[in-house]
Design a protein around this ligand. Structure first.
Ligand code: AMP
Ligand code: ZN
Length: 470
């Protein structure tokens, strides 16, 4: 499979060429653990999960690293407001995050480095930037990155360098494009930080958010790796600043391909904690939806398109997944002898379409269309009595294989439909023959016979029928 991904840096789809064929390095910016993650955050994490599963489906081994931001402006602010020590405060949300990841069937990363466990690495990286002249200590005792010293600054977000305000400094973690400035690598302690502080060569303080990801990604993936991802709001300033720090320190290109997902929206606005228009995963579980249904909605739109979230979409997901379950039960209940040729043909076509779609910048609509098509084919073959036990197995194996990417079909959770006794099958066949002769009295009589044995016959187009246990 030749994978192609949209590279944010290049603003176009490029072939995926791994640096090291044995193992792909993937860094995903993880949660800031100051609250329960909302489903907008989980759109980013499910996009990254689909990316990782696609790489694995294509045969790559993937080393995924996802950081936990457990010290930054927001965690300090909210732990203080709650009157709980930072570590204890963030611990609760770290645990909640891992539970949510499991509920959504997101594959676990190889490492989840927490920022507070890597202060030493961050200080070492800042020291390199100081030694090389990219960073300086200002009168406020904070250490800043001098964007004027790094000519490539702005290459990811495509910022016009002419409008940059040289010498202006910013020391909040988040800021907008129109306030491009020297940004803080190390923030000198102030009263608002309370007891959150570490010693450094530049005095007591704490790291800026951006240096956390530069230091932790390179610790686990090296100073050159394949893929770095996040939501589109991470592109600036977070990722732009990460590039500046990491490439200034190493003197060479850092990440091969940057990928970003678009936002999950509610009523046309980005779902976010600060706007208060969010659902956590827990909110939706409490309303009776399952992780599987929520995952189905989150993965259903292409990652570079905005996804407007409604509860109605969850109802649709439930219906769709129920239909898949019904099909899997049906396939597992098929015991007829015969060859598997018709199933193999249908599966080959579906696989071609599925693989071509998902390889093409994770075209999920195409991939799901292949799944829907195959499920229609499977039902049709079964309706026509053309599916043997061997053929049904070929179908089930195909769905299992596609579900290595989608992670939501859960083929093996569906119990087998009760096998239809031969006697019932024979009566149904006689009834189909009667219908062909337009002998409806006989057909009705046979329907009643079948009902007595505990089954209902449903007629399908073209004289086909389906038997259901009552
Ligand atoms: P945060 O915890 O705010 O650092 O965000 C964690 C991840 O979620 C980042 O990759 C963000 O870009 C992403 N994110 C935040 N809000 C949304 C949203 N509404 N839709 C998609 N991704 C989001
Ligand atoms: Zn990050």
């Amino acid at each position: 499979m030749d994978l192609r991904f949209f590279s944010t840096m290049d603003r176009r789809v490029v072939p995926f060429e791994p640096i090291n064929a044995k193992e792909v390095g993937l860094y995903t910016c993880g949660p800031t653990v100051y609250n329960y993650a909302h489903i907008g955050n989980f759109r980013a994490y499910t996009f990254e999960d689909i990316l990782r599963r696609t790489l694995e489906y294509a045969g790559y081994k993937v080393k995924q690293v996802m950081n936990l931001t457990d010290v930054d402006d927001k965690t300090i602010r909210d732990s203080k407001a709650a009157g709980v020590p930072l570590r204890e405060f963030t611990q609760k949300y770290k645990e909640a995050f891992f539970e949510d990841v499991k509920t959504l069937n997101i594959e676990r990363a190889a490492v989840y480095p927490a920022a507070t466990d890597h202060i030493k690495e961050m200080i070492a990286l800042i020291q390199v930037l100081m030694d090389k002249g990219f960073a300086y200590q200002a009168e406020d005792k904070c250490i800043y990155f001098s964007i004027a010293k790094f000519p490539d600054y702005g290459k990811l977000a495509h910022i016009d360098r002419d409008n940059q305000r040289a010498g202006v400094r910013i020391n909040t973690d988040e800021y907008a494009k129109d306030s491009v400035a020297d940004f803080a690598l190390w923030k000198a302690w102030d009263e608002a930080d309370g007891d959150v502080a570490w010693d450094s060569p530049w005095g007591k303080g704490r790291p800026g958010w951006h240096i956390e990801c530069s230091a932790m990604s390179s610790k686990y993936l090296g100073d050159r790796f394949d893929l770095h991802t996040g939501g589109i709001d991470n592109m600036f300033p977070h990722h732009e600043d990460e590039i500046a720090q990491s490439e200034a320190a190493s003197g060479h290109k850092w990440v091969n391909c940057w990928m970003h997902c678009e936002h999950l929206m509610v009523d046309g606005t980005k779902m976010s904690k600060s706007l208060g228009n969010f659902y956590t995963l827990r909110d939706l579980l409490a309303k009776g939806w399952t992780g599987r249904e929520i995952r189905w909605v989150l993965i259903g739109a292409h990652y570079r398109k905005k996804l407007n979230f409604t509860l109605d979409m969850l109802a649709q997901a439930r219906e769709t997944l129920n239909r898949f379950d019904e099909l899997f039960r049906r396939l597992k209940g098929i015991t007829a002898p015969g060859d598997e040729l018709p199933a193999q043909e249908a599966v080959a076509m579906a696989k071609e379409r599925f693989d071509a779609s998902i390889a093409d910048d994770l075209n999920i609509s195409g991939a799901l269309a292949a799944l829907f098509d195959l499920s229609r084919q499977a039902n049709k073959l079964a309706d026509e009595g053309r599916l043997s036990a061997a053929g049904a197995k070929v179908m089930l194996d195909a769905f299992r294989s596609f579900d290595r990417v989608t992670g939501a079909l859960n083929v093996d959770a569906a119990p087998a439909a009760e096998a239809v006794p031969a006697e019932v099958e024979a009566l149904a066949q006689q009834r189909a023959d009667a219908r062909k002769r337009k002998d409806f009295a006989e057909s009705d009589r046979l329907r009643a016979e079948i009902a007595k044995l505990g089954f209902t016959v449903e007629d399908a187009p073209g004289g086909a029928y389906r038997l259901k246990k009552n």
